[in-house]
Write a protein that binds this ligand. Structure first.
Ligand code: PYC
Length: 322
């Protein structure tokens, strides 16, 4: 008998999301939805990591994909729970993935236009389905942890950036000599991997995303970014948690007022419109809201035949074990 995993695929600003709507377990194991989602993530990693590898390793997935297991919420104020993962591990939150999840729930007829609360391993987030492809996500509280961290990067020189928590740990670099264009992603990936190595060696071992900024393509946008994801792929979208990290820095530096829109462009030209409100001005903590659009691309049963020589796929990665 083939093992079957039911998924809905979507893309948000070009970045794919694969939502697992039925992992094929029959029912969720005991305890799921009764403790925190961080503990459920721990159980998923310990007992069912094959779900992640089947869904996202080649040949069924690949390094560009983010997966999300739709699961019972632990926080009972929430309507749904989700645990995001990629081809090398798990994510705390995923902004583009949450936009993809909401459009998926709409596609399945499981939500109406309006607000939906979603539990994640780093806390609940609130989304609004505006109808069609449009979704807003209000992320977990985000803040800059360290400003102006200077690291020596081999072959590149000194790089200064900010360490930020926004549901995932980021290093943000505003000043550099690189060209932020889609034709330059091979060089940008190399540079960002080198920066991440240096940032981790400087004591910020948790940093797994690196974000470089440049001028936008058109004057109606504020900035363009390149985002290196944990497994070495680059985000095709402007990255929801990455845009949240940017807002935390802009707020801390007094460069963007509460409620003022910020249009973040991705390396491929897709956009998120973002704004923040203060959670705790003293602590520099903001609550970001990101608005973007997602489109369903496939409904599928992933299958694993009993005699498949690669039942969990092939773990090929251009990044580092994360
Ligand atoms: O949108 O937050 C995001 C994200 C994280 C990794 C890839 N996308």
């Amino acid at each position: 008998m083939n093992r079957k995993i039911r998924v809905i695929d979507s893309h948000t600003g070009g970045e794919p999301t694969r939502v697992v709507i039925d992992p094929g377990w029959g029912h969720f194991p005991a305890g799921w939805g009764e403790r925190s989602l961080a503990e459920d993530l721990h159980a998923l990693r310990r007992d069912h990591d094959d779900l992640r590898s089947i869904c996202l390793h080649e040949p069924r997935g690949g390094e560009v994909w983010v997966g999300g297991l739709l699961c019972p919420p632990a926080d009972k104020t929430c309507d749904f729970g989700v645990i995001f993962f990629n081809h090398i591990g798990y994510l705390g939150m995923c902004g583009h993935g949450t936009i993809g999840l909401v459009v998926t729930l709409a596609h399945l007829g499981r939500i109406e236009p309006g607000a939906v609360r979603i539990d994640t391993p780093v806390g609940p987030v609130e989304a609004v389905w505006h109808g069609g492809a449009e979704v807003s996500v209000t992320n977990v509280p985000s803040r800059r942890i360290a400003a102006g961290v200077v690291v020596e990067v081999p072959g590149i020189g000194q790089v200064s950036g900010d360490v930020v928590w926004s549901g995932n740990p980021f290093f943000l670099v505003q000043r550099h000599d690189e060209t932020i264009t889609a034709s330059n992603v091979a060089r940008l990936t190399h540079v960002a991997l080198e920066i991440r190595r240096a940032v981790r060696a400087a004591g910020y071992e948790q940093v797994d995303h690196v974000e470089l900024f440049g001028p936008p393509s058109t004057p109606d946008r504020d900035s363009k970014n390149f985002v290196l994801c944990p497994g070495g792929a680059y985000d095709r979208s402007p990255c929801g948690t990455g845009t949240s990290a940017k807002l935390a820095c802009l707020a801390a530096d007094g460069l963007l007022a509460e409620g003022q829109p910020w249009v973040q462009e991705s390396i491929i030209g897709s956009t998120f419109v973002a704004s923040y409100r203060w959670a705790d001005r003293q602590q520099g903590e903001v609550i970001p809201t990101i608005r973007g659009s997602a489109y369903v691309t496939a409904e599928a049963d992933l299958m694993v035949a009993p005699d498949d020589p690669f039942p969990q796929g092939i773990s090929a990665t251009s990044g580092e074990p994360g």
